[in-house]
Design a protein. Structure first.
Length: 255
């Protein structure tokens, strides 16, 4: 029960649990973003042993990917002793589907300085269960357990977790485990029903000031549509300890 199976050194096959949500023959891109983060961490650990942490993940989504085998390649763009900029690409055939750039940073003990003014959201147990398959089709959405506090269309706090492994039989970090769910945010508090308006995201950028812990990923999310066909989904990311980062997705809105 996993989103991907490794079939070669850099090759991975998407399973049925990756399908959806705009088209069930295509991958929901969320698990693929987690796979890219995992492969960057694998590459890091093959080259160095000082445990650089990922502070930023920036994904450009170049097009759709079928529920099929994909290739993942990683290269270091800016090596360094305390910071690195690393790029990963996910492709099908000869075509790139996603390009990711990640800043890796040296960790340190700043416990005495820790804190954030970002407000916490209620715990998962304090929110009602919500079935996202009432809005979206596909295996990925069906694999997600969601608890949500809806304030208005396009505004909600919610928690998401999944029993599906990112990669069959392979342990992954708490970050990669969380990232495999991040791209769900754009569909959990819609401003308009997706049968009437299309609003896919072209990118996703997440910044972390703490590394995710636990199974649940929390979102405090707002969705905005402009008058010129562009939208934005903005989220504060949480684990059970409280806020851990922020995320943004730019949308192409097609009435």
């Amino acid at each position: 029960m996993a989103y991907f199976e490794q079939i070669g050194p850099t090759s991975f096959r998407a399973t049925e649990h990756v399908s959806g949500a705009w088209e069930t023959t295509e991958q929901h891109i969320a698990p693929a973003l987690g796979l890219l983060a995992h492969r960057v961490e694998v590459d890091r650990d093959s080259r160095r042993d000082d445990g650089l942490v990922i502070g930023r993940l920036s994904y450009d989504i170049l097009g759709t990917l079928p529920v099929d085998a994909v290739e993942c390649t990683v290269r270091v763009l800016r090596p360094g002793r305390t910071i690195e900029l690393v790029e990963a690409r996910l492709s099908h055939g000869e075509r790139d589907g996603v390009i990711m750039r990640a800043w890796l940073m040296r960790p340190g003990d700043t416990t005495a300085l820790g804190g954030t003014p970002l407000p916490a959201i209620p715990a998962p147990e304090a929110m009602a269960a919500w079935d996202p398959t009432t809005v979206w089709p596909g295996g990925f959405i069906a694999s997600a357990e969601v608890r949500r506090e809806q304030l208005e269309p396009g505004r909600a706090a919610f928690w998401v977790r999944s029993d599906q492994e990112l990669l069959s039989g392979v342990p992954v970090s708490g970050l990669a485990r969380a990232v495999r769910l991040l791209d769900i945010a754009n569909g959990m508090t819609v401003r308009a029903h997706p049968t009437e308006v299309a609003f896919p995201n072209l990118d996703l950028t997440a910044h972390f000031f703490a590394q995710p812990q636990g199974d649940w990923v929390g979102f405090d999310t707002s969705v905005s549509f402009g008058a010129g066909g562009v939208g934005l989904t903005s989220s504060v990311l949480h684990d059970r300890t409280g806020p851990i980062g922020t995320m943004a997705q730019v949308l192409t809105v097609r009435a």
